[in-house]
Ligand binder design. Structure first.
Ligand code: ZN
Length: 234
C-alpha cells in the first residue's frame, strides 16, 4: 500500500460537501445536481473503484479482489484512494463526495485530510427505501430498467423494448435491502452524530420528488457557501 495519505497538504479553501443517505434515498442524483450547480466535480467511491480497476493500478487490483470476494472495500484502500483524489487539480475549488465516508474510520481519515463544510443527509424511511429498491426490474436481454410501481412495463414481467424477461437482482430483494439498511444505520448513525455536533449536518427528506429535494438541498447549502462555516473557530 502506497503511503499516499502521509503527505497531504491542501489549500484550506477546498470546499467538500458530503452526501449521506441509504440506498434508495436518491442521494447520488442529488450529489450530481448540487455538483453541477456549484460547477465542481461529484466523486463517488463506486466510480473511483471502477476507474482504478480499468486502469489496472495496484489499488485497482486490491479493490477488485475485495469486490470479487463479495466484501466491502477496506477502509485503508478507500482512504488512500480518496486522499490521492482530493489532491488533484480539478477538485481544488471544491468537490461533492457521494458514498464516502461510509464508516467512522473513514470519517476520521477525511477529517484528517480536509473537513467537509457541510454534510447533507438525504433521509427516507426504511419502508420507502425497500419499496424503491425491491420494485426494480431489469430486462435480461437488453438491460432496460423498470420499476413495478414507478415505471412498470406494459405487460408484467416482459420488456417493452425487446419482449425479454424481466428479473430482479438478488441484491434488490426486500430481505437483502433490509440487511443492507441495518448495516447502513449501524455505520452511519455515529457519523451523523459527529457532524451534527460540529454544526455541519443538514437533513433533507428524500421522500419527495427529485426537484423538491434538490431545491431544499440548495436552500440549506447556500449559507455554507458564503460564511466560513457557522460553527468555525474564533
Ligand atoms: Zn429488453
Amino acid at each position: 500500500m502506497p503511503s499516499r495519505n502521509s503527505s497531504v497538504s491542501l489549500p484550506k479553501k477546498q470546499k467538500i460537501f458530503l452526501f449521506l443517505g441509504p440506498q434508495g434515498a436518491g442521494k447520488g442524483t442529488q450529489a450530481e445536481l448540487l455538483a453541477a450547480r456549484l460547477d465542481i466535480p461529484a466523486l463517488s467511491t463506486g466510480a473511483l473503484y471502477r476507474h482504478e480497476i480499468e486502469e489496472g493500478t495496484r489499488l485497482g487490483r486490491l479493490v477488485e479482489n475485495e469486490v470479487k470476494k463479495g466484501l466491502l472495500v477496506q477502509d485503508e484502500i478507500t482512504n488512500a484512494l480518496i486522499a490521492w483524489r482530493l489532491r488533484q487539480a480539478d477538485v481544488q475549488k471544491g468537490v461533492v463526495l457521494d458514498g464516502y465516508p461510509r464508516t467512522l474510520a473513514q470519517t476520521e481519515a477525511l477529517e484528517y485530510i480536509n473537513s467537509p463544510v457541510a454534510v447533507i443527509a438525504v433521509t427516507v424511511s426504511d419502508a420507502v427505501a425497500v419499496q424503491r429498491i425491491s420494485g426494480r426490474r431489469i430486462c435480461g436481454t437488453c438491460n432496460a430498467h423498470y420499476h413495478t410501481v414507478f415505471r412498470p412495463s406494459h405487460e408484467a414481467g416482459i420488456c417493452d423494448r425487446c419482449e425479454g424477461v424481466l428479473h430482479q437482482r438478488p441484491d434488490d430483494t426486500p430481505t437483502a435491502v433490509k440487511k443492507r439498511l441495518t448495516v447502513y444505520h449501524e455505520n452511519t448513525e455515529p457519523i451523523l452524530a459527529m457532524y451534527d455536533k460540529l454544526g455541519k449536518l443538514i437533513e433533507v427528506d428524500g421522500g419527495q420528488s427529485v426537484d423538491d429535494v434538490a431545491a431544499k438541498v440548495w436552500v440549506a447549502v447556500r449559507p455554507y457557501l458564503t460564511k466560513k462555516h457557522p460553527h468555525g473557530h474564533h
